[in-house]
Design a protein around this ligand. Sequence first.
Ligand SMILES: Cc1cc2nc3c(=O)[nH]c(=O)nc-3n(C[C@H](O)[C@H](O)[C@H](O)COP(=O)(O)OP(=O)(O)OC[C@H]3O[C@@H](n4cnc5c(N)ncnc54)[C@H](O)[C@@H]3O)c2cc1C
Length: 372
Amino acid sequence: MQKTIAIVGAGLGGLTLARVLQVHGVAATIYEGEASADNREQGGLLDIEETTGQVALRAAGLFDEFRTLVRPGEDAKRVVDQHGTVLFDRPADPGSARPEVDRGELRRLFIDSLAPGTIRWGHKLDSVRRREGGYDLTFAKGSAARADIVIGADGAWSKVRLLLTPAEPLYSGTCFIEIALTSSGHRCRASVAAIGSGTLMAVAPGKGIIAHRYADGHVRGYVALNKPEEWVRSIDFGDPSASLRRVADEFDGWSPLLTDFVTESDAQPWLRPIYALPVGLEWDRVPGATLVGDAAHLMSPFAGEGANLAMYDGADLASNLVEQPDIEAALTVYEQRLFLRGSDAAGRSAQNLKDFFGPEAPHSVVTLFDHS
Ligand SMILES: Cc1cc2nc3c(=O)[nH]c(=O)nc-3n(C[C@H](O)[C@H](O)[C@H](O)COP(=O)(O)OP(=O)(O)OC[C@H]3O[C@@H](n4cnc5c(N)ncnc54)[C@H](O)[C@@H]3O)c2cc1C
């Protein structure tokens, strides 16, 4: 292919796209806003699905390397009520079809697989404009680039999306606050033991505490609270311990075994309001431009599919571009499939979010896991 391809964003979607193109001998440049691969903590675990994420890893020729990143035992799931009573307990499955890997390690695998110079770090896209036969990209630090094809892999607040649709993410009504026990885990041994070997989900209507225990014993997770957007805007987390106490106050009457995850947390308590694009979002074809991953179908994490779909989108788009010489035909076929899978997963994710913290929690969560 003689066309120049600009991919905006080096998340899992953009990286998979570039990698699969390169496997087929097609060059692409990724413009990434962050200064380097190590700029930001990329932690957190991802279940890699057999029919999406794993398919993409095979297309990228990285499946064997991916298997070396799998964390055996950490796929165990436990659901408890606010008193810590176990309602659902699924032990780890050594042959799991959805093995868990660390997001940072997976991203690093893709970064290291690309030809040197593929990623232009420190290139935060400011604007992209269509011109005759292609696109002009302008970056925050004043540099510019031209490309025949531009692909937005720039996540939730995508700038490239503006070429295709005015749709914007909407606040879901649920806000996450990050928690962790890195150095203080030894002070809360009973709480850490209550997790089991994988993930503990303590849920009730409107709130929850989700904690994952890593093999080395440290714990990372989230507090989830159903709160209006004004509450999210009004919160000032300047003083971490006062903020954590304020968050813990929301769990009055809960077992200390669970609230210890909040009061003893040694993480900076970042607020992460959960946003989603409208379910079923579509747009009309715009020549030479499209989206992958969250930029196309941002959804709550409760279907566990966002990263999997981002990788699958990247691999699917790359395959279409290399197999079909007519670019517009390739993008049309890609988007038809993208809209279908995005809408399906986003619908499930929106329903799961309601089930997690709705009036029937925690029993609705047990039902969800019983059927998964
Ligand atoms: C708490 C939480 C838990 C989750 N758990 C799971 C899970 O278990 N399983 C799962 O499948 N998914 C999960 N997800 C969803 C998953 O994280 C996302 O769907 C996935 O990261 C999307 O990948 P992406 O490549 O599309 O976007 P991103 O990962 O957001 O990557 C976008 C990239 O673009 C860059 N960028 C942004 N703007 C610009 C710009 N203007 N110029 C240049 N670069 C830019 C960013 O720096 C970033 O590197 C979870 C999400 C959250 C919030």
